[in-house]
Design a protein around this ligand. Structure first.
Ligand code: SF4
Length: 328
């Protein structure tokens, strides 16, 4: 069997917060953005990552490509442990791991021309020849569907969709293998979203890319993903093939998320049990004991408040973290 391109075990990121804030009485606290997460992504695969705002999706994406240092756990890329690598050692891997951000305007330097924006990673990684850089930049412009006259223009001269194409060109100019798409289409109009999603799929096929596709829009995730991981308050609560997640979700939180997705046609509605969840996601500063979903779960049992359910394989390729799976 093929090895995962990237995998994580017991991955955690806790941020120190407080220590002087008027709302926390001066006491330092830990924000548990990501806690004990395990996942793997196969070469050429798209893993969708969904969950409410503040559940830790973006932090997890940044941890995997080492834009953030983990508090604990292990990350392996192409079979090599990269968790403890310093800046210099990470440089070799950095070319192969890139990120496309949500806000293309915020991610692009407004004072740089498009050619310089896209060429910057090549400069950083040592492509010295300006001729070679221009060749690679123009090749990327062609690939993302932008005209060559865009080279000497500035970000503000483009529409949101065009700016995201510039951001994609910049992320892919180093020919990476793994790309984190962090809400990469969330800020765009629906019609433009479809164009960018189609572009990402074409680029994946042509360049052999592997994606972690982070989004809160489950319709978009359904379109692009092979498998989907559902995250709640820093934990992965369910992972399965897309078809299984959308048609037969097992975790109460996944069921509620899927039930909230508007179906374009009755024949495409989820056949899974439907249920709604009340209230807001609790604070990651003080997550609930046991199962973190127990404060909102309609099936909560005494054990749920005491013991955190492990992510357990319920059938081949389908993992769920819920005591209902073992109490049945
Ligand atoms: Fe609900 Fe308990 Fe399952 Fe958590 S472990 S999702 S509280 S039933």
């Amino acid at each position: 069997m093929t090895e995962p391109l990237i995998s994580a075990q017991n991955l955690a990121k806790h941020f120190d917060v407080g220590g002087g804030g008027i709302f926390r009485g001066g006491r330092p606290s830990k924000l548990r953005a990501v806690d004990d997460v395990a996942l793997s992504i196969m070469p050429g695969e798209t893993l969708g990552l969904v969950g409410e705002s503040g559940c830790g999706k973006s932090t997890l994406g940044r941890l995997l490509i080492r834009l953030l240092d983990p508090t604990a756990g292990s990350i392996r890329f192409q079979g090599q442990e990269i968790t403890g690598l310093g800046r210099a050692a990470m440089r070799e891997f950095r070319r192969s791991m890139q990120i496309i951000f949500q806000d293309p305007y915020g991610a692009l330097n407004p004072r740089m021309a498009v050619e310089d924006i896209i060429a910057e990673p090549l400069v950083i990684h040592g492509t010295k020849s300006s001729v070679e850089r221009r060749q690679q930049v123009t090749a990327m412009l062609d690939r993302v569907g932008l005209p060559r006259r865009a080279l000497d223009r500035f970000p503000h001269e483009f529409s949101g969709g065009q700016r995201q194409r510039i951001g994609i060109a910049r992320a892919l100019v180093l020919q990476p293998r793994f790309v984190v798409c962090d809400e990469a289409v969330s800020a765009l109009d629906v019609s433009v979203q479809a164009q960018i999603v189609n572009l990402l799929q074409d680029l994946q096929r042509d360049m052999g890319l592997t994606y972690l596709f982070i989004a809160h829009d489950l319709s978009v995730v359904r379109h692009i993903s092979d498998r989907v991981a559902v995250m709640y308050l820093g934990k992965i609560v369910e992972v399965a093939e897309k078809r299984v997640i959308y048609n037969d979700p097992q975790h109460p939180y996944t069921r509620a998320l899927i039930a909230a997705v508007p179906a374009p046609h009755p024949s495409r509605r989820s056949r899974g049990k439907r249920e709604n969840i009340a209230g807001d996601i609790p604070s990651a500063l003080n997550p609930p004991s046991g199962c973190r979903f127990h404060t909102r779960c309609p099936h909560v049992m005494p054990i749920c408040k005491e013991v955190a359910p492990p992510l357990t394989e319920t059938q081949a390729g389908h993992q769920v973290a819920c005591h209902l799976m073992t109490q049945a």
